[in-house]
Design a binder for this molecule. Structure first.
Ligand SMILES: Cc1ncc(COP(=O)(O)O)c(C=O)c1O
Length: 376
C-alpha cells in the first residue's frame, strides 16, 4: 500500500540518534538544529528518558482514563513547579492540534460564544477549530470554514478592541512567538492590552505554547516574558521529547464538569512517564539556563554575519532572515554539511530549533557551515 503522499521528503533516512546528532543507515552524522520540528527538548535518546519509558512499558504502558493514574498527578505537580503556573489545572491529550482544539472548545463552553480571534500568519494545528484559526487557506477544508474566525494583524490593538466589543468572541488565540509563520512577535504593549481586553469582554485568552513552551524561549513559557495571565495554555512538542503528548493548563476561573473533555489515549501511563522524564531532565540539567546561555552565544555570532538581514525569536526558537528564499540553503546544509535546519511560511527565514541541550561547539559547527555555504 503506498503512503498518502502529503510530505515532500529530504533524501535522508535517520535510523538512530543521540543527543543533538542523528545518524542515517550509513552512519553519517547529522547535526540536528531542527529538533524534529521543535520536538526534541532534552536530546535524542536521553538515557534517563529511555530508562523511564522502558521501565514504564514493561510495567503498564496504557490504561484508560476510567481508573486512577497517579502518574498524571505526579506529572501535573512537576509541571506546576517548573512552569510556575500556580493553581492552573491540567488536561492531557496527544498533540498540539488537539491541545488547541480542546482550548477553543473550553473557551466556547465557558463563554457560551463561538467566534475566535486569531492572527495573520498564525499556526495552531490541523483539526477542526484549530485549523480554522490557522492563517493558511491551503490547509483549511470547506468543512473547517464553517468555524467563525476573524484574522487580525499582530499589533492591531484597535482591531482586537473593536472585535471583542461586539460581544460574540469566545477566545483570542495567539503564539507569543510565531513558529511556522516565521518567528514574528507582537509588542509587549499589544500582548498586555489584549490580556486586559479579554478580561474586560469575557473572552478567553489562549496562549498557544505548543512550540514556544517548555523552556524553548528562555522562560518556561514565552508568555512569561510579558505581564499577562492566559486563561488557557496549550502545550505539546517539547513535552514528550518525541513521545506524543499534549495538554492544556486551565485557569481556575474555568470549572471542570464530567464529560466536558475526554480522550482515550491522552495522559496514558507511558506518555506520563515520558513527560516526567523530560521535566526531571529540564530541572536536573538546568536546561533553561543552557537555553539562555546558548541563545546569547548564537546571537553574538549571527549579528556579525552581514548576509543575515534580521534575527527573530527568543531563546532557542530563532529565525535567521535573509534577502533570498532559503530552501536551497537548507538543502545545501543537509546534503553538503549534514546539518538539519527548519523553514517557515516566510520563505526567507531559516529556523533554528535545536534540542535544549545544544552546546557551543554545535553552534560553532553550524556557523562555520553557514558562512561557507553562503560564500558558495
Ligand atoms: C504553535 C503551534 N501550535 C500547534 C501546532 C500543532 O501541533 P501538532 O502538529 O502536534 O498537532 C504546531 C505545530 O507545528 C505549532 O507550531
Amino acid at each position: 500500500m503506498p503512503l498518502f503522499n502529503v510530505y515532500p521528503l529530504y533524501e535522508v533516512t535517520p535510523v538512530s540518534a543521540k543527543g543533538v546528532y542523528v545518524y542515517d543507515e550509513k552512519e553519517t552524522e547529522y547535526l540536528d538544529l531542527y529538533g524534529g520540528h521543535a520536538v526534541i527538548s532534552i536530546g535524542h535518546a536521553h538515557p534517563k528518558y529511555v530508562e523511564a519509558i522502558t521501565k514504564q512499558v514493561s510495567e503498564l504502558g496504557f490504561y484508560s482514563n476510567a481508573v486512577q493514574n497517579p502518574l498524571q498527578q505526579e506529572f501535573a505537580a512537576k509541571l506546576e513547579a517548573l512552569s510556575g503556573c500556580k493553581d492552573y489545572e491540567l488536561f492531557l491529550c496527544n498533540s498540539g492540534a488537539e491541545a488547541n482544539e480542546n482550548a477553543l472548545k473550553l473557551a466556547s463552553f465557558k463563554t457560551n460564544k463561538s467566534r475566535v480571534i486569531a492572527f495573520k500568519n498564525g499556526f495552531h494545528g490541523r483539526t477542526s477549530a484549530a485549523v480554522a484559526a490557522t492563517d493558511n487557506p491551503n490547509v483549511v477544508a470547506p468543512i473547517n470554514a464553517q468555524q467563525k474566525v476573524t484574522f487580525l494583524a499582530l499589533n492591531d490593538i484597535d482591531g482586537v478592541k473593536k472585535e471583542l466589543e461586539k460581544g460574540d468572541v469566545c477566545a483570542v488565540i495567539v503564539e507569543f512567538i510565531q513558529g511556522v509563520g516565521g518567528l514574528d512577535q507582537a509588542t509587549t504593549a499589544f500582548f498586555e492590552e489584549v490580556d486586559v481586553l479579554c478580561k474586560k469582554n469575557n473572552t478567553m485568552f489562549i496562549a498557544d505554547e505548543v512550540q514556544s513552551g517548555y523552556g524553548r524561549s528562555g522562560k518556561f513559557f514565552a508568555f512569561q516574558h510579558y505581564n499577562v495571565t492566559p486563561d488557557i495554555i496549550s502545550i505539546a512538542k517539547g513535552m514528550g521529547n518525541g513521545f506524543p503528548i499534549g495538554g492544556i493548563l486551565i485557569h481556575p476561573n474555568i470549572k471542570a464538569k464530567f464529560g466536558m473533555l475526554g480522550t482515550t489515549f491522552g495522559g496514558n501511563h507511558l506518555a506520563c512517564a515520558a513527560g516526567l522524564a523530560v521535566l526531571n531532565t529540564i530541572e536536573s540539567e538546568n536546561l533553561m539556563d543552557n537555553v539562555n546561555a546558548m541563545s546569547a552565544y548564537f546571537l553574538k555570532i549571527a549579528e556579525k554575519i552581514p548576509k543575515i538581514k534580521a534575527i527573530k525569536g527568543k531563546g532557542l526558537m530563532l529565525g535567521l532572515e535573509f534577502d533570498f528564499e532559503v530552501s536551497e540553503l537548507r538543502k545545501t546544509l543537509i546534503y553538503d554539511y549534514q546539518i538539519f535546519t527548519g523553514g517557515a511560511k516566510n520563505k526567507k527565514v531559516l529556523r533554528i530549533l535545536p534540542p535544549l541541550t545544544v552546546k557551543r561547539n554545535h553552534i560553532d559547527q553550524f556557523f562555520e557551515a553557514l558562512i561557507d555555504a553562503l560564500d558558495k
